[in-house]
Design a protein around this ligand. Structure first.
Ligand code: KG4
Ligand code: ZN
Length: 338
């Protein structure tokens, strides 16, 4: 079965063709990051307008790269939420019209479940049960995953998402949006121990996160050291990154031990951080826990993960009706944000 996946929840317009849920025939991502960069963050109205321009060319390119014709598509999967309402609406409305016109079944996919499924798109996949982290610009969620359809939310951020913290620190330092890649690069030149930023672990048993404190601490430090920023910027980046990675690693290892799992899968844009992966691998291997990370292009938003989750929903006959609508974050379900 060939599923067309469509993703438009934030600032990437993406389409993918995936066979039987795990063979990627093509995956095309049109990023708007360069446009939003000059505003220091995603501007929802601009994002929606750009999705309108990109959606058809991106799908055409996905078909071209997969060497498929439109009538070889067997089902449609599209991100239904959470995300920016206007942005979601472009992909979801397109998918509805496409499915209706081609007489295909449509499934609406939870974006976070899509991220979890990016772990199933490699040759090496985690065995159930495993701990999954979705760490992106909008979410920092830890799940206990014990089947293809069961994702138990163990903890989530109470304020900023970890990717958002990277983006805000980058903005404070005048390094633009998105901030993850640039902060990681600068951190490589800095000393992670020179500036100690706070690590917020919250209650002992909690798997929740809070990143607003470290963000304020970095802002305070920057304000107090305006004259020396050129010298200190690498150490600030390294100190900030070390603090947030310490918290992520500790919570993941604790979750793994508490739920007796032998695998941790990290996903979302922040999972592309090589320092994170290497440090987690080191800590996890001491407890004989395996670490899984998707290929870089599958860490951030993409449509292959949506098609992968969508394939499973097709198998489960978990279809969307044409009168269904998108959701931003109105209902809480097992994935935390439905
Ligand atoms: O998953 P994603 O593409 O989109 C959302 O669903 O939000 O994640 C984007 C986020 C941004 O906040 C970006 O700064 C962060 O992922 N990110 C990184 C890295 N690459 C992207 N954060 C830390 N290190 C990176 N290398
Ligand atoms: Zn995402």
């Amino acid at each position: 079965m060939i599923v067309l996946g469509i993703e438009s929840s934030c600032d990437e317009t993406a389409a993918a063709l995936v066979e039987n849920g795990n063979i990627i025939l093509s995956s095309v991502i049109a990023s708007q990051a360069d446009i939003h960069n000059k505003y220091g963050g995603v501007v929802p109205e601009i994002a929606s307008r750009m999705h309108i321009e990109a959606i058809i060319p991106v799908i055409e390119e996905a078909l071209f790269k997969a060497k498929l014709s439109i009538d070889q598509i067997d089902g449609v999967a599209v991100t239904r939420g959470p995300g920016l309402i206007g942005a979601l609406l472009i992909g979801f409305s397109f998918a509805k019209a496409f499915a209706y016109a081609r007489n295909l079944k449509l499934v609406g996919v939870n974006h976070l479940e899509g991220h979890i499924y990016s772990s199933f798109l490699s040759e090496n996949i985690p065995a159930f049960p495993f701990i999954s982290l979705v760490a992106s610009g909008g979410h920092t969620n830890i799940y206990y995953v014990d089947s293809y359809d069961n994702f138990e939310l163990m903890g989530q951020t109470r304020d900023d998402a970890v990717g958002e913290a990277f983006d805000k620190v980058s903005k404070m330092m005048g390094l633009g949006y998105p901030g993850g890649v640039v902060i990681e690069k600068m951190a490589k030149k800095g000393d992670p121990k020179r500036i100690q930023f706070p690590r917020t672990y919250l209650e002992k048993e909690s798997f929740d996160f809070s990143f607003s404190g470290i963000k304020s601490a970095v802002l305070r430090f920057i304000t107090e050291h305006q004259d020396n920023l050129d010298i200190l910027k690498y150490d600030i980046a390294a100190g900030f990154q070390a603090a947030v990675l310490d918290v992520l690693k500790t919570k993941l290892i604790n979750a793994c031990q508490q739920r007796k799992c032998s695998s941790i899968a990290i996903t979302g844009g922040v999972a592309a951080n090589q320092t994170f992966y290497k440090q987690l691998l080191k800590d996890a291997s001491k407890m004989e826990v395996k670490v899984f990370v998707p290929k870089k292009e599958l860490c951030g938003d993409n449509a292959a993960m949506i098609a992968a989750r969508g394939y499973r929903q097709h198998m489960n006959k978990d279809y969307s009706e044409f009168e269904h609508d998108v959701f931003s974050r109105n209902k809480i379900n097992s994935t935390g944000m439905k």
